[in-house]
Ligand binder design. Structure first.
Ligand code: ARG
Length: 463
């Protein structure tokens, strides 16, 4: 069966496309997600064409009204999307023609699908930056809530996943607040750079019509028009910056997810996930699985993948537009959806999880975690050079280990057998609470430091 030529561009075509050609070419299956952005762009363009005397006010009004009808049809879910019309741009315009007739054909004056799609996609990605920003703020607030509750709960701090030094729960939570705050600022930076308007670049070279690009840029909330028409239709770095920022944020989410998986295990018992964020096993009745954390950890792969995919799509393209660039959208949509879902799930889990405070504190005391405190005490109280103090402490750790004990379990006499100057005062620093309380350097783990950082961040978020 031979199809008829495309009604939007088929003037020079005798026959329509092969069915497979239509399948590979059509983007309406996914770019319908940009319907509201497409219609906003077209409304701004039509109003500008009238203001510049390129079309009549009457036609512009008919176009503007008609586009709102199209939008309400799409929002109501009764729009007849057609793959033969390829994409959202031509679907909307064809429906506009059904609704208002001849004036619809004047909308595409001084514009091309190349600048149209660049506008739509920028608007869509810009909205995602705003949505991610709010989701990140919610996650930061959930983490701060945990940090406030446990500013002085002691837990092991790890390096190499080996117990290193005692830290506070609040300090650990606030570490992620810092990371997610930087993620927010990356999205904010990307948003500033992407907020320029490609509309009016037309196919690639600009247009001979006396258009006003400042006017459409302002109407769409852009800071200004892009200043090179070739660049305007050719680049997708705005989407790549979004995906790069998303990837870094996703990496942070994945690390937190990994910690929640470890912490909720029977071996650690640092946290209990609430029922709302746990799943059971169909065969092992005792199980409480941290599926949401695992899925966050896994979904991150889709976000990294989208970033690599779009970099790969773009890297070999000569200026300006190539149809390859239609492949920018699906992956970006999927990455944005995955990120938003992961952020929402993480906020929920963090807000609801319950730290097991006794088990955190017991774990903090294992693994000779206060060995550094002992070495520091030898330096401070006995005037030993740090390297010597390190050696004395190492000998005491070996002694305790051989006895199957921890550092505070050694007797004073045992300690003095290694260094005669040691006094009872040493036992003050061997306790984990004293250890964390002593880390008062700026940004350290002492509860007072943590509380000060919490207060600062709450001020920033509430400002
Ligand atoms: N659906 C196309 C895309 O997403 C719109 C731009 C088409 N432009 C063109 N010259 N065929 O990239």
């Amino acid at each position: 069966m031979t199809k008829t030529a495309n009604s939007m561009w088929g003037g020079r075509f005798a026959a329509g496309p092969d069915a497979i050609m239509e399948a590979i070419n059509a983007s309406i299956g996914f770019d319908r997600r940009m319907a509201s952005q497409d219609i906003a762009g077209s409304r701004a363009h039509a109003a500008m064409l009238a203001a510049c005397g390129i079309i009549t006010d009457k036609d512009a009004d008919a176009i503007g009204e008609g586009l709102l009808t199209v939008l309400s049809e799409i929002e109501a879910g009764d729009f007849p999307f057609s793959a033969a019309l390829e994409d959202i741009h031509m679907n909307v315009e064809a429906r506009l023609k059904d609704l208002i007739g001849e004036p619809a054909g004047r909308l595409h004056t001084g514009r091309s699908r190349n600048d149209q799609v660049a506008v739509d996609f920028r608007l869509w990605v810009r909205e995602q930056c705003d949505a991610v920003d709010s989701a990140l703020e919610a996650l930061m607030r959930a983490l701060i809530g945990q940090a406030e509750a446990g500013a002085d709960w002691v837990m092991p701090g790890f390096t190499h996943l080996q117990v290193a030094q005692p830290v506070t729960w609040g300090h650990h939570m606030m570490a992620y607040v810092e990371m997610f705050a930087r993620d927010r600022s990356r999205f904010a930076d990307a948003r500033v750079r992407m907020n320029t308007s490609p509309l009016g670049a037309a196919a690639l070279a600009g247009t001979s019509f006396p258009i006003d690009r400042e006017m459409t840029a302002a109407a769409l909330g852009f800071d200004r028009p892009m200043s090179n028409s070739l660049d305007a239709v050719a680049d997708r770095d705005f989407a790549l910056e979004f995906l790069a920022s998303a990837s870094i944020c996703a990496m942070h989410l994945s690390r937190l997810a990994e910690e929640l998986v470890i912490w909720s295990s029977a071996q650690f018992r640092f946290v209990k996930m609430s029922d709302k964020w746990s799943t059971g096993s169909s065969i092992m009745p005792q199980k409480r699985n941290p599926d949401a954390a695992e899925l966050i950890r896994a979904k991150i792969g889709r976000i990294f993948g989208a970033n690599v995919a779009l970099m790969t799509v773009m890297k070999g393209l000569p200026l300006t537009y190539s149809k390859d660039m239609q492949e920018d959208k699906e992956q970006t949509f999927d990455a944005a959806d995955s990120l938003m879902l992961a952020l929402a799930a993480m906020s929920g889990m963090v807000a609801d999880m319950q730290a097991n405070v006794p088990s955190l504190e017991a774990a903090a005391a294992t693994g000779f975690s206060t060995a550094t405190d002992l070495a520091d005490w030898l330096v401070r109280e006995l005037g030993l050079p740090f390297r010597d103090a390190h050696h004395v402490t190492g000998t005491l750790v070996a002694m305790a280990e051989a006895k199957g004990e921890d550092l505070p379990d050694l007797t004073l006499a045992e300690m003095q057998s290694v260094h005669a100057g040691i006094t009872n005062g040493v036992f003050d620093v061997l306790g984990v609470r004293n250890s964390v309380a002593s880390r008062v350097s700026y940004g350290g783990t002492a509860p007072d430091q943590v509380r000060a950082r919490i207060a600062e961040w709450k001020g920033v978020l509430d400002a």
